[in-house]
Design a protein around this ligand. Structure first.
Ligand code: HEC
Ligand code: HEC
Length: 365
């Protein structure tokens, strides 16, 4: 599919030709009125902005349906799933925090301190490996992991008993009968419904998307400078490739890099080794999945350990080459951006704010 931006550029080019042809025939006095031609020419100097998402892959054994999505949405917001009734999935993936977490490190049921920051889950269905280290191979597996693990505190062995409790809620029983007529209420069907809901959390309505589809005014002049830096001098798009803004999305197994986050001033045996725990490959030591930057302006604090409080500081850290350590990726380096350029880069990231929000449904009784 030709990208919309290419079409936009083609339009700009044909406008230029038509205008130039007209100008040739016109008298010199009229030629002077040709100043507006600058605008399209300038636009074509900006890097082309890819628009349009790829198709979302839906697992064959968990097709989407409106009823299933509605059920999954209720389960996502329902704290009765947790061991002590204190946590729903939404507790750590809230609108107010860009659908990531509020605290640097997440705090699970029974006030259990977890070791990582809750990531933004917009467009999460585009990943093919979940968590900062990609240890879950599907959303369904991730949901069971969060539910059985420290996040919700139920315990992997107790999911069946918890599913049976959920089954005692009449409103759920009715819905499961309709959505999973043969399978009933099990840990697997609960995870499937939640995952179906998560696959509807699509953020594709940002200022960037409007710009990429041809609305030249959707970005401010400063954001346009930021976009040029993002894809050019700053080399951010090498890993945060548009339009999804994570090149780990759509890649089986995901993509992981060591930016040095969480390594500073720590003995090696106290560092969160990230992807290394999954693969045991030295190249993956303290490497983490490339997060999408959609909604990033709202999702402070940043990185897998929530160690950076503000977006300008996170951007500066990435643009200056990350934190030196034994396994820092060669794809990060000091890009020599001025303070002004860093400000433009941050302004551009604001153009990736999602329009939508997660809606809390009525919960069944
Ligand atoms: C106590 C806070 C907490 C709760 C409750 C919680 N999560 Fe999370 N979530 C996290 C943290 C922290 C991570 C990252 C953990 C890691 O990488 O090891 C995460 C990761 C994820 C991811 C992976 C995103 C990605 O980019 O890989 C998804 C999807 C997700 N959670 C969905 C859910 C669902 C569904 C539930 C409910 C069943 C849930 N979460 C409950 C904190 C929480
Ligand atoms: C080599 C690949 C790579 C490049 C190049 C790169 N990043 Fe990243 N980015 C990552 C990874 C990996 C993480 C997560 C690191 C972690 O938490 O340990 C990340 C995290 C971030 C975050 C935090 C997001 C969040 O949700 O916590 C921001 C903001 C960010 N990058 C911006 C940028 C900017 C701006 C540039 C260009 C100056 C850039 N990145 C270049 C790989 C990259």
């Amino acid at each position: 599919m030709p990208s919309t931006s290419n079409r936009g550029r083609a339009l700009a080019a044909s406008f230029f030709i038509v205008f130039a042809a007209a100008a040739c025939k016109s008298k010199p006095a009229e030629e002077k009125a040709a100043a507006p031609i600058e605008a399209p020419t300038k636009k074509t100097e900006l890097p082309p902005a890819p628009a349009g998402f790829p198709d979302l892959k839906i697992p064959a054994d968990n097709p989407q349906s409106p009823e299933k999505v509605a059920l999954g949405q209720q389960l996502f917001f329902d704290a009765r799933l947790s061991v002590d009734g204190t946590r729903s999935c939404y507790s750590c993936h809230q609108n107010e925090h860009g659908n990531g977490g509020e605290t640097p490190l997440a705090v699970g049921a029974k006030a259990k301190k977890l070791t990582r920051h809750s990531p933004v889950i917009w467009n999460t269905g585009y990943f093919e490996a979940f968590y900062w280290d990609g240890r879950a191979g599907s959303l369904e597996a991730q949901a069971k992991g969060a539910w059985g693990g420290g996040n919700m505190g139920v315990g992997a062995d107790n999911l069946g008993a918890k599913a049976a409790q959920i089954g005692k809620i009449r409103g759920y029983r009715k819905q499961f009968k309709k959505v999973f007529p043969t399978e009933g209420i099990t840990p697997d069907t609960i995870a499937k419904a939640i995952s179906a809901y998560e696959r509807t959390l699509i953020c594709d309505d940002t200022a960037y998307d409007r710009y990429a589809k041809g609305d030249a005014d959707a970005l401010t002049a400063e954001q346009k400078r930021g976009w040029a830096l993002f894809i050019g001098k700053g080399q951010c798009a090498v890993c945060h490739a548009p339009p999804l803004f994570s090149n780990a999305m759509g890649v089986p197994g995901g993509l992981y890099y060591n930016a040095g986050i969480g390594t500073a001033g720590k003995p090696e045996d106290q560092v969160d080794v990230g992807r290394y725990a999954v693969t045991e490959q030295e190249a993956d030591w303290a490497a983490f999945k490339v997060p999408s930057l959609r909604n990033v302006s709202k999702s402070a604090p940043y990185f897998h350990d929530g160690s950076v409080t503000t977006l300008p500081a996170a951007v500066e850290l990435m643009a200056s080459g990350g934190i030196a350590n034994k396994n820092l990726t060669p794809l990060l380096a000091d890009r020599g951006l001025s303070d002004e350029e860093l400000t433009s880069l941050v302004a551009f990231l604001g153009a990736l704010d999602c329009g939508g929000k997660l809606e809390r449904p009525d919960l069944p009784k």
